[in-house]
Ligand binder design. Sequence first.
Ligand code: 13P
Length: 349
Amino acid sequence: MNTQELINTAEALVAGDKGLLAMDESNPTCDKRFAKQGIPQTEEARRAYRELIITTPRLGECISGTILYDETIRQRKKDGTLFIKAIIDAGIIPGIKVDIGAKDLAGHPGEKITEGLDGLRDRLKEYFQMGARFAKWRAVITVGDRIPSQGCVEANAQALARYAALCQEAGLVPVVEPEVLMEGDHSLERCRELTEELLRAVFAHLYVQRVTLEGMILKPNMVLPGLLYAEQEDVDTVADATIGSLLRVVPAAVPGVAFLSGGQSCELASARLNAMNARFKSQLPWAVAFSFARAIQQPALELWKGKDENVVAAQHALYHRARCNRAARRGEYEAAMEKTWKWDAVKAA
Ligand code: 13P
C-alpha cells in the first residue's frame, strides 16, 4: 500500500469545486429505474445509458470521479473503447461499487446488513489492475419503531471498516457510505441523533481496523426529516443541522465529505449543499462535496427514454445538474440557474 498515493487520490476526489457522480446502480436497481421510463431492461440499454453519461461533453469540469458497477467497468463504447479508458481520458477518476447489496440482518426484523466481504481482497486487486482508484460500500440504516438496533449499527459499521481497510491495502480509496434512510415519519432531530450515533460507531471501527483517515472519503446522508414527517425544515436549518452533526463526529483528518442524495429532489439537494458551503465553508476542516446518483442523473434518464435521438438533450440535462452542484460547492448556486443555465446548455450545443 502506498499511503501517499491514497491520500493524493482522496484529495483529488474532493479538490476544488468538483464532486462525484455515482452511476453504480446494480442491474436490478437500474432495471427498476428503466422500467419506470419504459426503457428496455437489457444489458445493451444499460450500456447505452452509461455511454451517454460518460461521453457528456465537459463532464470533467464538474466531476472528479465516477462510481461504476461491475458490469459497467467491463463495458465499452460503441466504437470499442473501454468505458474506463474513456473516463480516464475525460480527466475523471474511475471508482467501483464493491458491496453486493444490503440483505436482511438475522434476528433483526426490518433491518439490513451489507454483504460483500468474502473474496473482496481478490476483487479489489482485479479492479485496481483495471484502473479503478477508489471504491464504494453502502450501509443502509432504516428508521422505524425501535430501530435501528445497536446490533444493526455495529454490524454495518464493522463491515464498512473491514471494507475500508481492504481497499487501502489494495491501493483504492474507500468511499465509506453509511446512510440513514429518508423513508419514514421521523423528525429531523431523530435523523440527527441517529446520524451522529452511526458515524460515531463507523469512526470507532475505522480506528480499530487501522484505516488511514487521510486516505478515505465519507459519504453520509444529510440530516433531514423523514419523507412523511409533517414539518419539512428550510434549507438553512438542514444545512446547520447537518454541519453541526458532522463537526461533532467526523475527524478533521478526513479530506472530504461527499453527500449522497438519497431521494431528495435535484433542486433541494443542490440548494442544501449550497447552503452548507455558503454558510460554513471557511470554517470546515474537510471539503463538503457531492456524490449524487439520482440528483444528477434523474432528469437525463427521464429525457433519454432509451432513444438515440434524445441523447444530446439528456447530456445537456446531466451537465446542467453537474454544473449546478459544482456551483453549490462554491456556495454560489441560485434557484434562477435552473432556468437560465438549462437554456445556456442548449444554446451552446
Ligand atoms: P443517491 O444520490 O441516488 O442517493 O445515490 C448515491 C449512492 O451512491 C447510493 O449508494
